[in-house]
Design a protein around this ligand. Sequence first.
Ligand code: NAP
Ligand code: MG
Length: 493
Amino acid sequence: MTTWHDKAAAVQADGRAFINGERVWAKSEQQFENLSPIDGRKLGMVARCDGADVDIAVAAARAAFEDRRWAGKSPAQRKRVLVRFAELMQKYGAELALLETLDMGKPIKYSQTVDVGGAANCIRWYGEAIDKVYDEIAPTPDSNLALITREPVGVVAAVVPWNYPMLMASWKIAPALAAGNSVVLKPSEKSPLTALRMAEIALEAGLPPGVFNVLPGYGAEAGSALALHMDVDCIGFTGSTRVGKQIMQMAGQSNLKRAWTELGGKSANIVCADCPNLDAAVEAAIGSIFFNQGESCNAPSRLFVEESIKERFLEKALALVPSYQPADPLDENTVMGAIVDATQLNTVMGYIEAGRTGGARLLAGGKQARTETGGYYVEPTLFDQVDSSMTIAREEIFGPVLSVLSFTDVQDAVRQANATPYGLHAAVWTSDLSKAIQTSRALRAGTVHVNQYDGDDITVPFGGYKQSGNGRDKSLHAFDKYTELKTTWIQIG
Ligand code: NAP
Ligand code: MG
């Protein structure tokens, strides 16, 4: 039987850019090395695109938009291409999952289900949606007809992070393409392989050349050239709050392109003493922070447990932690894989050190693991006796590190939960319906979970309050980002 390791040994990663329907190297011929975080092995070279390549890709996207080779297709025609794109993503699912795991370090089990499955589902959903959304006629006086229609904005740039490379890309490109835009996507330099493959698959599905271009490269080169470009109409950005602020500035500094940001988080998970199912709360708290090696924007990295149940909660939590010990990402049973690269590993280890020296109590983990592999792994780590002023309670770690805090009553919990510049997700566990609703209303976050943490569906918006960004991915609301509203007044007789 061929194992994932056998398949991995045979992988020949193509790191060339994808512009106007073709694989090309950067104009400058510059390249960078792509190393796998699993074992440090070299996966291949990647095109280091910069402003010159951005100019070419944006011109191709503009030409495709202007001649209406895609925008001019009926919604039903666009639907057929996108549904075919989704089917092909599934057909090539094993190849895509393997590339994702090798490039980014996540367990192969999840690359197949969460990443390939989620990306294909997203592309299919927007394809299927686009011929079912209607425009409006305004209730104006009889002497006029006023049409309110949605038109594609034109050329959309998408800049995405490395934590869910295919999924974050599909959350941008699927609604943007469905609406008739042309897209230039810049994946993270740390994980460019699957986005490049997706562009080939879209072409195979019948998406015309030039409509979907992918430029790998560094953020400060290819990314900023897109954000500053005078002929990009809209930029959809997912990444850190620090870079999100720069994206907004670059949009303002250039052509005031529409700038949508989906940024970082420091999500609060509040477990009250009247929690209806403590075991479920423990499983969700532990499972959600260690999922994807803790590299999730919505990870519940601040756990608030009511004083009176904290000891019992921590006992149960500690019993679960060992099952998240990092293991071989290419083994189907593995649930925690490798951290994306050495830089991120050092960031995470730096935060663990800050937790130790800052006065928190290390209850589990805290060390690197599997160093003999040449890859980057961190033990599932749990800090107790954290208070809201500590670095590990304030800053996004983006690694498998949970900070446990406590509270006396739910008002106290909400005050602490909201004392952050972020506002992505939050959760409250209680049997009291009124308390659940009041707490949910008081939490300043784009998504609030009640008695669960894993509520997730393509039908609901995903995005943040405050410095977690201004955009919403997923759901029909995502069309708002990639369309302009047009009013047409028609005089009647
Ligand atoms: P990042 O450093 O902000 O990078 C995100 C993307 O921006 C990458 O493609 C990066 O390119 C690019 N970039 C970096 N500097 C740039 C610049 N000066 N101009 C233009 N583009 C630039 O974030 P990350 O470390 O990849 O991702 C982790 C962050 O994403 C976390 O904060 C996480 O919470 C957030 N996130 C948010 C959501 C959400 O939906 N709210 C979802 C997932 C992740 P290079 O990497 O190639 O340099
Ligand atoms: Mg990589």
